[in-house]
Design a protein around this ligand. Structure first.
Ligand SMILES: [Zn+2]
Length: 94
């Protein structure tokens, strides 16, 4: 049974501020440095904001592409289910 957890307005404000910090202090995939303060990532601001989420058992919102993966030639591609491991719902004819 799942329990419902309510957060106070103060905690929600704290997590909103922490999310803003995480959105700004992103570690670059290419250099490994924070894109905002240019320290080796994750920078202290990023770690402090991440700790706020951990404290309340929440996960921050992730922005795909924020770490600039294209700088290391990482590309997105669609993945099809593997036929060998995909569940089979019809009998296999041999
Ligand atoms: Zn930073």
């Amino acid at each position: 049974m799942a329990a419902t957890v309510y957060l106070s307005a103060a905690v929600i404000d704290q997590l909103t501020a922490a999310q803003r910090v995480l959105d700004e202090h992103v570690t670059s995939s290419a250099s490994g440095y924070c894109q905002r303060c240019h320290l080796a990532g994750p920078c202290p601001a990023n770690e402090q904001a991440a700790a706020a989420f951990a404290r309340y058992g929440r996960l921050p919102r992730r922005t795909p592409g924020a770490t600039r993966p294209e700088l290391i030639n990482a590309r997105r591609f669609a993945v099809r289910p593997d036929r060998a491991t995909a569940p089979t719902f019809a009998p296999i004819r041999r």
